[in-house]
Design a protein around this ligand. Structure first.
Ligand SMILES: C[S@@+](CC[C@H](N)C(=O)[O-])C[C@H]1O[C@@H](n2cnc3c(N)ncnc32)[C@H](O)[C@@H]1O
Length: 192
């Protein structure tokens, strides 16, 4: 699948402009997120798509939220939700080259690194570029929580062991729509 390809996402969000969360919604993984953020934390969400996460965090009192996604249609799809929450910045950019004047205290992605690694030609190189770029935008004590469907991400993160230390935990989620339990993986990346 062409999950790394912006055209794939433009089409998908054109066809499905509704709010949608991949893998899980905040209440199902909040124990991995909320203890790591303060109301004043500067939060960066990578590949936010049409996820409810920034809006749910905002409604809980977190106001300094920046969402980055390379899809213009995703940004259009969340316009109404953004109107009600004017401090959220939703920036259309590739996370490879996203830049900001601010440094962030907390970085989050759910499924975005999975897309970067879906590049069949050069997954490792693509990830290295992203890791280096986001590392530059993190405060020294910042944490990056990355939620993935895949158990092997730590292998990839080890390649960046000179800049990040990583830790993995399983996340067992009871799906909202049926009684099946699914396992995802949460990776915590901290600056060395
Ligand atoms: C699997 S979806 C997850 C969306 C959302 N995070 C969620 O949890 O529902 C991946 C998202 O990452 C975005 N994306 C993928 N690669 C990207 C990149 N290199 N730069 C910016 N956005 C990217 C896609 O447009 C898509 O919205």
């Amino acid at each position: 699948m062409a999950f790394h390809n912006p055209n794939f996402w433009e089409q998908r969000y054109e066809q499905h402009p509704e709010l949608f969360d991949w893998y899980a919604q905040l209440p199902q993984f909040q124990q991995h997120v909320l203890p790591l953020i303060e109301p004043t934390s500067k939060i960066l969400i990578l590949g936010g798509g049409t996820s409810r996460l920034p809006f749910q965090l905002y409604d809980l009192g977190y106001k300094y939220i920046t969402v980055v996604d390379f899809s213009l249609n995703a940004k259009k799809a969340v316009q109404n939700a953004l109107l009600d929450r004017p401090e959220i910045q939703y920036i259309m950019s590739d996370i490879n080259c996203f830049d900001s004047n601010s440094k962030f205290d907390f970085v989050f992605d759910k499924g975005c690194i999975d897309c970067v690694l879906a590049n069949p030609q050069e997954p490792v190189e693509s990830l290295k570029i992203v890791l280096k770029n986001i590392h530059r935008l993190m405060n020294q004590k910042a944490v990056w929580v990355s939620i993935s469907f895949d158990i092997d991400r730590e292998e990839y993160f080890k390649d960046a062991a000179d800049i990040f230390q990583s830790q993995q935990q399983s996340l067992v989620i009871q799906l909202l729509t049926n009684p099946v339990k699914k396992v995802f993986y949460v990776y915590y990346l901290r600056k060395q």
